[in-house]
Ligand binder design. Sequence first.
Ligand code: SAH
Length: 497
Amino acid sequence: MAGKVILVGAGPGDPGLLTLKGKAALENADAVLYDRLAGDGILSLIPKGTKKINVGKRSGEHPVPQEEINRLLLDYALDGKTVVRLKGGDCFVFGRGGEELELLYKNNVEFEVIPGVTSAAAVPAYAGIPVTHRGASSSLHIVTARTGGGDAEIDFAKYAGIGGTLVFLMGAALLGYIARGLTEAGMDRYTPCAVIENGSTPRQRKTLGTLMDIEEKAGKVQSPAVIVVGAVCELSEKFDWFSRLPLYGKTIAVTRHEENSSGLAGRLRAAGANVIECPCIHTESLVNARLAKKLRAEIPEYDIAVFTSASGVSAVMDGLYGAGADARVFGKTRIAVIGGATAAALRRYGLRADIMPDRYSGRALGKALAGAAERGGRILMLRAEDASRELNGLLDASGIEYKETAVYRTIPECELNMTGLINGGRIDYVTFTSCSTVRGFMQFHKNADLRSFTAVCIGDATAAEAERCGMSCITAFSASVESMVNTLIGDRLFEAK
Ligand code: SAH
């Protein structure tokens, strides 16, 4: 059976601007053909096993000619595959989406179009420019600075007197030509203008001016850039919200898996950062049927069970469940956790943490345990195979007896090697939420220049590990994801001073 082609608009660069329907299409595709304009953040949403083909074009240099792209789409579809053609912005706004559909139509291949957020509206919006505004502009004209042949040939006479907002796409190299052309065709030379390069990304650069001085003010304009002409540009002074976000312009790598947007990556994005997800470890449960059976018998003999991570909780609870048991195994056993995330993991299994230190740290947990154990009680620690020894040291020093059972292990992994990005100075911060993430990172980034970024560590033990490897670190005030974000914002404010 023949496959299908889905044109998907990726939006202008911020991965959050991909539509839900577009995301679902990426997740279900057999192959994805993408452009230079589809940002890294969106490419990382494509599942590992999916074939990815870069057909990106640079102006003047066409790695894959359009005819060949059309042909590739057809061939994949005829081969029974579901192919996504991912395009920057919207598929049909100067996206050649229609051209790609022609051949499919001729060959009776099924297709679908998932529109995207066009840069013509979104990039001005990220610079605080509403493309229409009551009293300032009542129409919007999106103009290509390039015509079919590649040479600029803009009918300035038509646009100079049109009123409303003009948005020029593909005009990065033609700013002076456009400004002069409009002025010569009779437009007021004091008409406000804006040039926005790399809009909606951490490299966004905005220049405001008038037709008369915009070329001089902007200097060399980098592609991709949107040029906006019209009274609405003046609103940017008031409405530029993006560059005011606290982590705007910073690229931050997150080295652990994120399950939801309330995690570290989501919080950093909400603060305006460009986040690269590069998990450096994954965890594997060690609670097989044998260990589950043993835990089931053993846990009730202990007065306190200790969890120091959400991974430990799921390994134990899923293991017990698989062995026909459940939360009732903990009946009289009190449960101690290191912090809120571990407590939240317990709650998902219907269990409440009895002991949680005010401060998230091995030291604070050690103290809390020492207090609890004084009143008598046997302690069972359910932790990672390679857990830090800090807690053991503290308990040993207080003469508290405990048993330790490894319930999961962390395995270094690396889906995305960031060495190139790091050495190119493209990463400002790398976050580490455990010693194991530092070790995983080091294993895969042996040739990375560790001085070109700052490590942001969740706590002292993690920072010690990162420093030992040669990184310069900042450490969260109190070991939590919220605190890591606040520490980063603080560092940014400090740097800005
Ligand atoms: N289909 C796309 C436009 C493709 S033409 C859309 O709907 O947005 C390519 C042009 O889009 C670029 O030359 C530039 O003018 C504009 N563009 C796309 N992404 C941009 C970005 N992040 N910042 C500024 N301009 C962008």
